[in-house]
Write a protein that binds this ligand. Structure first.
Ligand code: FAD
Length: 375
């Protein structure tokens, strides 16, 4: 039987739930406090990154998401580039981790290819050949344009499934079967899903503060559009990135890499810096990132972080035009022990947040798993 579903938040988690619910024939209304979504979901790299997920359930959820991204591209005519990714090795310990990962990858369900320096350069003009030892290509990663996608999806959901969007409405209270705003207006639903991202102080603040969720600030940059149709090819990640994603935890050689970085460049650990690059449909290259948590988060961005990121990026990639057109930061909520924080604080009221640095990768799959269980 079709239900009336209220969703709070028009970021990727809210939109993923709206899509999965609407496909099942439910009547969906999405509330968003801003005139258009402006949170983590429009501030990210646009990397759908299954390779970064630990083997098993997380990886299969990421692959389910991937399938849905491709479906969205087809039905909603949203730009999704199945570009894959290359992790680059410019240091011996990075090469060791990639080699080890490549050996065990098939038994964990990952599909990847070890590349010589020449093969890396055949796939991307952007790898810095100086000191390049090799790379690991994975075919599963996608590139999306976050601001364009997150703002186009509501239009498509409305047109295709009659999903209602109530922008500029902040929900200040939720009860079973009802949501309210500060002006005293209320809406009734059979089920409510709270997808407020890093806004953890308005709805269920005690639940969220006791959940172990951390807030994390990341600094990002974007270049001008590269000239003459120059394309990066796959997403690129430096050796530093192997410290960041948990898929590499299965490699015994990772410890040596982490120790070397900690001893040689402690400033990178200090600001949680690892570097990656993706290129959107406008030809702009998105560069990042850094990680500062909870009490470390300041409203002001640190130029030292941008300089360190650019130093590390220039060591591993080459771009025709390094002019930085935009700088920004984003804040995400991270639940440390699962891909998403899930709770039902009141009957029929579900909280879904804390997707950390993998919300674009995981949300479509996570929402599908929820709706398979709820129906
Ligand atoms: C810089 C950066 C880079 C990243 N890179 C990647 C990447 O490449 N790949 C990847 O997979 N993930 C990446 N991530 C992570 C990903 O962006 C997040 O996990 C994801 O966007 C979180 O989505 P969300 O819907 O929970 O939050 P949000 O996008 O923040 O959306 C929550 C929405 O809820 C609204 N809201 C909150 N409270 C209320 C209320 N009471 N009433 C009405 N509206 C409300 C907010 O206005 C907001 O629009 C990155 C994150 C950042 C910050």
């Amino acid at each position: 039987m079709p239900l009336h579903i209220g969703i709070i938040g028009a970021g990727i988690v809210g939109l993923a739930h709206a899509w999965s619910a609407a496909e099942r024939g439910h009547h969906v209304t999405v509330f968003e406090r801003s005139p258009r979504a402006s949170g983590a979901s429009i501030r990210n790299f646009g990397m759908v990154w299954p390779i970064g997920q630990p083997a098993g359930d997380c990886y299969s959820t990421a692959m389910l998401s991937r399938e849905r991204w491709l479906r969205l591209a087809h039905h909603a005519r949203i730009w999704v580039n199945p570009c894959g990714s290359i992790h680059l090795a410019h240091r011996r310990d990075e090469w060791d981790v990639l080699r080890e990962f490549h050996e065990v990858a098939p038994q964990h369900g990952y599909e990847c290819e070890f590349l010589s320096p020449t093969e890396v350069l055949q796939r991307t003009p952007a790898a810095n050949p100086e000191g390049l030892l090799g790379g690991l290509f994975s075919p599963t990663e996608l590139c999306v344009n976050p601001p364009a996608t997150i703002r186009a999806m509501p239009r498509w959901l409305s047109a295709e499934f009659d999903v209602r969007f109530e922008f500029q409405i902040t929900i200040t209270a939720v009860e079973s079967g009802r949501v309210n705003n500060a002006a005293g207006r209320s809406w009734n639903f059979d089920r409510v899903i709270v997808c407020g991202g890093a806004e953890v102080q308005t709805l269920f603040p005690q639940l969220l503060s006791e959940s172990g969720i951390k807030l994390c600030k990341l600094q990002m940059m974007k270049t001008n559009s590269q000239l003459l149709g120059w394309r990066i090819g796959p997403h690129l990640a430096s050796g530093l990135t192997m410290r960041h994603y948990h898929n590499f935890d299965i490699c015994g050689s990772l410890g040596a890499l982490k120790r070397r970085v900690a001893e040689e460049t402690p400033e990178l650990d200090r600001f949680g810096i690892h570097v990656m690059a993706s290129q959107n449909d406008a030809g702009e290259v998105i560069l990042g990132d850094s990680h500062e948590y909870d009490a470390e988060i300041e409203p002001f961005d640190k130029s030292v972080i941008d300089e360190l990121m650019l130093r590390e990026l220039r060591a591993v990639i080459r771009l025709p035009d390094w002019t930085i057109a935009e700088r920004w930061h984003g804040i995400y909520a991270k639940y440390p022990t699962a891909p998403v924080f899930s709770a039902e604080p009141l009957p029929g009221v579900f909280v879904r947040t804390g997707t950390g640095g993998a919300g674009m990768t995981m949300s479509f799959g996570l929402a599908e798993l929820d709706w398979e269980q709820w129906q």
